[in-house]
Design a protein around this ligand. Structure first.
Ligand code: HEC
Length: 175
């Protein structure tokens, strides 16, 4: 009995910490607003199945879907690249480190890089005269409407917070 009582303060502290953390996640997800610095959230949903256990904010969820429809064909599943176009999760982290990106430019922020290349696209002269083209998507309404969501979706993967390559869960629907 005494032993258990001795451990009580430890137990209470642990419980308090847990409650504080989960309250924070709750507040984060109900008061979330996109900024380039905090472009997504990911929360674990233990009640969901498979890939949906990782639930994300609404805009990033639609970002996933719009990516699938417009970018997947070249950039591969979950932006991990194909023989034709680069892995955008890696490219994101290069841009974040301030390295030169695919079009040979340096940008002040990752968000600037992402907007410029996605909206305007770019061409690249290759040794054999081949030109690899990232088509500009400035006229593609679905992409422009969801550009912050696509950014959030890729950022979540680049930060290692969203690890599934399949459809994530709907974080905003969680109670
Ligand atoms: C027709 C194929 C194609 C489609 C569709 C496409 N891309 Fe690209 N994208 C490319 C290619 C090819 C490159 C690399 C060009 C190069 O550097 O040689 C690229 C480069 C990029 C880069 C820059 C990578 C870097 O290293 O700096 C970003 C960001 C990007 N694409 C985002 C997108 C997004 C977001 C979409 C969907 C809205 C999309 N792309 C759709 C072919 C495509």
């Amino acid at each position: 009995m005494n032993k258990i009582l001795k451990k009580l303060p430890l137990f209470l502290t642990a419980a308090f910490v847990l409650i504080t953390i989960s309250n924070k996640a709750y507040t984060d997800h109900h008061e979330f607003e996109f900024t380039p610095e905090k472009p997504y959230y990911v929360i674990e949903d233990p009640n969901a199945e498979g890939s949906e256990k990782q639930a994300i904010n609404k805009a990033a969820y639609y970002g996933y879907r719009i990516f699938h429809q417009n970018c997947h064909v070249c950039h591969g599943k979950a932006a991990r690249g194909s023989s034709f176009a680069p892995n955008l999760v890696e490219a994101f982290n290069y841009a974040k480190e301030g390295k030169k990106t695919g079009n040979g430019q340096k940008y002040d922020t990752v968000y600037d890089w992402f907007l410029d290349t996605t909206v305007n696209g770019y061409k690249r002269e290759m040794a054999g005269g081949t030109v690899n083209v990232m088509p500009g998507h400035g006229e593609v309404v679905d992409v422009m409407k969801n550009i912050d969501g696509i950014y959030g979706y890729i950022a979540a993967m680049a930060d290692g917070k969203l690890t599934t390559k399949d459809r994530p869960g709907k974080g905003w629907k969680l109670k």
